[in-house]
Design a binder for this molecule. Sequence first.
Ligand code: ADP
Ligand code: MG
Length: 673
Amino acid sequence: MSDSSLLGGEESAAEVNSIAADRAIPLIELREVTRTFVTGGGVEVNALRGIDLKIYAGEFLAIVGQSGSGKSTLMNILGCLDRPTSGKYLFAGRDIESFDADGLAWLRREAFGFVFQNYNLLGTESALENVQVPAVYAGLNSHERAVRAESLLSALGLGDRMDHRPTQLSGGQQQRVSIARAMMNGGNVILADEPTGALDTQSGIEVMALLEDLAARGHTVILITHDQEVAAHAERIIEFRDGEVISDSGPKAEHVDARNNGKLRDIFMSRKASPMLSGMGEAVRMAFRSLKANIFRTMLTLLGIVIGVSSVVAMLAIGEGAQQDILAIMNQMGTNVMTVRPERLPGSFRRLPSTLTLDDAQQVEANIPNIVAAIPQMQSRSSTIRYGRNDSESSVIATTGAMPEVESWPLAQGVFFTDQDSEQIAAVTVLGSEVAATLFPEGQNALGEYILIGNVPFQVIGIMTSKGSQGFNNPDDAVYIPFRTGAIRVFGQDNAEEIRVLVDNVDVIDQSEQNVLEFLTARHGTQDIRVDQNTSFLESASQSQETFTLLLGSVAAISLLVGGIGVMNIMLVSVTERTREIGVRMATGARQSDILSQFLSEAIVVSCFGGLIGVGLGIGVGLILESFGVSVYFSSTPMLLAFTCSVSTGLIFGFAPARKASKLDPVVALANE
Ligand code: ADP
Ligand code: MG
């Protein structure tokens, strides 16, 4: 494009125009064109009744006629915003009928420049941005665009108004902006529909002078007016009445006969592939702009997505935290330990009376491979333990010397009793840390002292470290005595409630479990015991975790659905509100795909926004809960997943409105109030 002259682009315009003339092919030819509208009531309006017209490149012609005579209808057809009902429209010798929607968009972009009576500028954009719109769709980069738009606006005397919005400009200034926009892609053919209709006399004179100047520079200018005085500026005047041409002063010979070089066909040759991607960034930018314009409404729309995403993020963090807790407990309990207990009564949680003995434990340990130790245990839940004036209601647990090893539980002081102590029925005891603290407060020495368990004196030989557990069956709130001592001197019976079995290789724990079960069943002559692994607890815990996740998934799905409907709703409203804008964009050369990607980008930007807020809120809620002592664990996968879901929601639910926008008929969209 050459900018050697005032407005730039004239050379190429002159070139194209002159080529048509050279071959005596009209730039525009209408043959018996009609346009019939069918109104809501089924009434047919014949706006154009068989128009035959040849317009040559470089002409400055005026179409005059009273209001309602069909001038605007004709202009819409000339500018490829509308198609004839019947008849032929040849542009540079090509039949327009063979052009698809994109082809027409391309013609509007490259060949035409529209100047409307009501300017049709985009209200949210500055003068400079308005002028650039056609070049956006032509795929010009932003720098080239800005430079050209600035030079056009300066040439039209608006150098100091570039950043003004249309509402901050006078009518005459707005019309000059719209002329600059028409020139942006070259403006070979300027279609001006009542360009002075809304202007005061002075501005009208200025605008007419501009159009005359353009015509003098070789642009084809088609001026539509009801005003004979305005029409008088043109070189050729065509009079219109009731959809028919009633007089035509005819083209000037110089336009029909002009001899120049070049080929008209080049305008078709130069047709480029759609620069889709360059439009994408623009679409996202526009999306942010329209988001900003309706920030409160957008926020409300986003609630669904925000709630969906944040609940997923927060609840998964809590769920994950709970699982980590369970895992920690599991680790403490040991996954390498099995428990042998009496079998349950059929159909009940109660167990058979125990038949487990110290001998069972010793034989299991001695005979089954992969078993490190097996300790029998019997216990009373609450016995009175006394030292001097201090006493404690605590569990008494009778077990064997391998207990610290099986439970991976070291001593804090002293020693643990041995199997020999058990054989000798020694009255020795090891205290849990809480019992020790109760009986021997303020760091009093306990080792070697005698305490009473029930009424039996026991000598303290060790104190366990604290497990830090709480509540029922707290191992810290217990005293430990040798198994046989307990059987004879405390419990008065010698069956173990359970046998705890430590395995060496956890990988074959299932086999060991089976071995223990079979071994003891054979010993007892009946299967009256069962063997449980700690991992079965883990399984049930992870099962409830799955239920939780499922529940969470449904909450998320429902709120994302609601969110999606919200997005769809806002997009439909947006399309309705901006129908006129869509029309303007189409008139300046936007393809259907441009409009589609603009509105889709908006939907995606909106839902991205919602997704981000949702993730942030979810993390916030999680942190608040954490400060109240709930364990939470954040991992990135659910956040990414929730975010992706919200974006896809925008994409899916935004598609229908965006498509609706892109399929709008340019004339219908432009006529929208
Ligand atoms: P002008 O621009 O000369 O004032 P128009 O081309 O706008 O006239 O209108 C020509 C005739 O076609 C008018 O009678 C008008 O009512 C009718 N017309 C224009 N557009 C439509 C439409 N979309 N539906 C029905 N009738 C229409
Ligand atoms: Mg009109």
